[in-house]
Design a protein around this ligand. Structure first.
Ligand code: C5P
Length: 298
């Protein structure tokens, strides 16, 4: 019996400019995204019946009902595979939920990739992207999990040439920011796009000139996000502190792994109930993200 494993890495918006509003109510975005060394882990294997099991530190924060993006992704792909076999899906939830780092979107993308492999569907990437966009704006970019620029609703993706990894600290202060509410709090929706040549991830000095336009409304709604940014920026050697997505997770960039580790440890000491981790943001494709193997114990 075969088993598919797919990692679902955290998505970090290094910059996110809101450039307009569309007639359908969504916003036009221009965002630079990188993917972290930390993430959820999704496994899929044939079973007697469909099952979905949650585990991991944030597993109990998530509803395993039909609205879960993993099940929506399973059912979307299943429509392409008449008579498909039952599948047991396990999700180890290591990322805080509703936190601006694309956890649910990454899980949905990992489900599409895992089941595409397990069921031997081999859909072209363009078809997977179209399916992903129906599930959520961030799901197509999470299929790629490598540095990219995304425009439109988030589905117009331009992969960036590989570059060096970045060292980062991710901090979540434990509040759940609702994405629609944060978008609704924008004071300006026609901001300029990224000033960016497209040749690899920009240097930190260039990133510093960019913004996350959702940061101001998020800080207004949740002042603790401002506190999180201040704490990151106050760490020795912090090169840049910014919020990801619609929050509440913020990231700091650091010159090396040691500085990032020290900052994450210092923040964990000061705020033991917050989530604070040091990680890398991959500069290119993630090594061995998806694997199909003989299932253990069968
Ligand atoms: O696409 P998704 O369901 O993930 O989007 C969640 C919410 O975020 C939308 O309902 C919308 O309020 C907001 N959104 C937006 N513009 C985007 C992406 C998301 O306004 N490009």
């Amino acid at each position: 019996m075969r088993q598919a494993l797919c990692l679902a890495p955290a998505k970090i918006n290094l910059a996110l400019h809101v450039t307009g509003r569309r007639p359908d109510g969504y916003h036009e975005l221009d965002t630079l995204v990188a993917f972290a060394g930390i993430g959820d882990r999704l496994t899929a294997r044939p079973g007697a019946e469909d099952r979905f099991l949650l585990s991991g530190p944030f597993g109990r924060h998530l509803d395993a009902g039909p609205g879960n993006l993993v099940l929506r992704a399973r059912d979307a792909l299943a429509r392409q595979v008449p008579g498909r076999p039952a599948v047991e899906i396990g999700l180890e939830k290591n990322l805080p939920v509703a936190s601006g780092i694309g956890g649910g979107s990454a899980d949905a993308a990992a489900t599409l990739l895992a089941l595409d492999a397990l069921w031997d569907v081999r859909l072209p990437m363009a078809d997977l992207e179209a399916m992903a966009a129906q599930i959520g704006s961030d799901v197509p970019m999470c299929l790629h999990s490598r540095p990219l620029r995304a425009r439109g609703r988030g589905e117009r993706i331009e992969l960036l040439p590989a570059g060096p990894a970045l060292h980062a600290v991710l901090v979540n202060p434990g509040v759940e920011a609702s994405t629609p509410a944060i978008f609704a709090g924008l004071e300006k929706r026609d901001n300029p796009p990224l000033d960016f040549s497209g040749n690899g991830l920009p240097a930190v000095v260039e990133l510093a000139a960019m913004r996350n336009d959702l940061q101001a409304p998020a800080v207004r709604a949740f002042p603790v996000i401002g506190e999180t940014l201040g704490l990151l920026a106050a760490q020795p050697d912090c090169l840049l502190a910014r919020m990801s997505g619609s929050g509440a997770t913020c990231f700091g960039l650091f010159p090396g792994a040691d500085e990032a580790q020290a900052a994450a440890a210092a923040i964990a000491r000061l705020r033991p109930d917050w989530w604070s981790v040091a990680t890398v943001l991959h500069g290119g494709e993630m090594p061995s993200r998806r694997a199909v193997s003989a299932a253990a114990g069968v």
